[in-house]
Design a protein around this ligand. Structure first.
Ligand code: FAD
Length: 371
């Protein structure tokens, strides 16, 4: 029986492995990829798709097509749990369990939904990115009938980008501009450099976005938003963009995890409990130095993960991942405007978005299935 490489998720950290899948096949290894969708969406361009800068097909990778073209097996489904003793991964809604000799996990993260009670209609999370596509349609349908209120809960990059891109969407489609309200907890865009915060506030305020800093949202129920100080608001459409949690697969499976529930890995991106389990992206907890949940790290992990998976299958030495220094961040505030920040350099406007657009398109093109 061939040795089996099993990949959970075809996310940002598996791009190089997927692009080189034929190398595994040529060496006589079987490769299977599990993913709940035939496509993987590039999150960095998700808010731009909401705003209308990109079409869904501009920002996604055709994972099934790529895997099958390169001689692997694609399984449409969701990994549920891992049995490290039997070396099996079970699937949600299926009796099939997939065997592995080496397993790599890139199942990403999701936005917690604990605040939500009751009706989930018109409630959207910032991830998975497919939600933003549904949200776009709902906004256009609802806003066409008159002025509506849209709440964006959260105060990080995805909340700021979603608010800015709702403005772009409604402006370009000439529907009545909704009241867009960011529920920013106690401090808008907390944890970002002062100049970035000021620029984001200025740009969003200019677009008419209302930024509330009167406390954290405690509960959302049937379009009602309850704040910790007892105040209550209503909204027609609600976005939840409060940050992310790693996939629950690892805690569910009893594997060693970090405080956030991410698969606890050493410097070789290898589970600290099981030599033949690896991982990358938002779903891991990098023991040496906890990493921000940004795509930048998933992208940087790519070549190491690819080479280590091959090395593990061939019983060769592993390489260590170095997270690297500060990373460039560019936020898409909609209407062609961005905010760029790295080291002491911060600026906003069209040039910042132009740069983001160039970088993102280059990334997509590098890993897209070529006709
Ligand atoms: C709106 C938004 C904008 C962002 N913009 C940026 C940005 O501009 N720059 C940046 O650096 N970061 C950005 N981020 C952060 C970035 O999204 C994450 O850090 C990045 O997506 C992590 O990549 P990943 O591959 O680990 O996870 P994901 O992108 O979540 O990919 C995980 C993959 O695994 C699949 N999967 C999930 N569960 C299972 C399962 N049970 N079984 C099998 N497959 C599964 C999913 O379908 C998906 O294909 C943004 C985040 C959001 C929400």
């Amino acid at each position: 029986m061939k040795k089996q490489l099993l990949l959970i998720g075809g996310g940002h950290a598996h791009m190089v492995t997927l692009a080189n899948l034929e190398t595994f096949v040529a060496k006589g290894f079987g490769v299977t990829v599990i993913q709940p969708s035939e496509y993987h969406y590039y999150s960095g361009m998700g808010p731009g798709m909401l705003g209308g800068t990109y079409k869904p097909e501009d920002i996604r990778f055709a994972t099934r097509k790529l895997v099958e073209a390169k001689g692997g097996r694609f399984v449409l489904g969701k990994a549920f749990s891992i049995d490290p003793e039997q070396q099996l991964v079970s699937l949600e809604d299926s009796k099939e369990a997939l065997p592995y000799d080496v397993l790599s996990c890139n199942a990403g993260s999701s936005v917690p939904r604990e605040v939500l009670q009751g009706d989930t209609k018109n409630f959207f999370t910032a991830k998975p990115i497919e939600e933003l596509l549904l949200a776009r349609k709902t906004i256009l349908d609802r806003a066409a009938g008159g002025k509506i209120t849209i709440a964006v809960i959260g105060s990080g990059p995805s909340s700021v980008e979603i608010a800015g891109n709702i403005h772009q969407l409604c402006r370009e489609k000439a529907v009545p501009m909704p009241l867009i309200r960011i529920f920013a907890g106690r401090h808008f865009f907390a944890g970002r450099p002062g100049r970035v915060r000021r620029l984001a506030r200025k740009i969003l305020t200019r677009k008419g976005v209302d930024i509330l800093e009167n406390g954290y949202v405690q509960q959302v129920e049937n379009g009602r938003i309850m704040i910790e100080n007892g105040q209550e608001y209503t909204a027609d459409i609600i976005f939840h963009a409060v940050g992310v949690k790693p996939s629950p697969i690892f805690t569910r499976s009893g594997l060693p995890v970090g405080p956030d529930g991410g698969l606890r890995v050493n410097q070789c991106l290898q589970s600290v409990g099981h030599d033949n389990i690896f991982g990358g992206g938002d779903c891991i907890y990098f023991e040496a130095e906890p990493l921000d949940k940004v795509g930048v790290y998933a992208v940087r992990q790519n070549p190491i993960l690819y080479r280590n998976l091959l090395a593990a299958l061939e019983n060769k030495p592993l390489e260590q991942f170095q997270p690297g220094g500060k990373y460039l961040l560019i936020y898409n505030l909609g209407d062609g405007e961005g905010i760029l920040s790295k080291w002491k350099i911060t600026f906003s406007g069209k040039p910042a978005f132009y740069l983001k657009d160039r970088i993102d398109r280059r990334f997509i093109d590098a890993f897209r299935v070529k006709p």
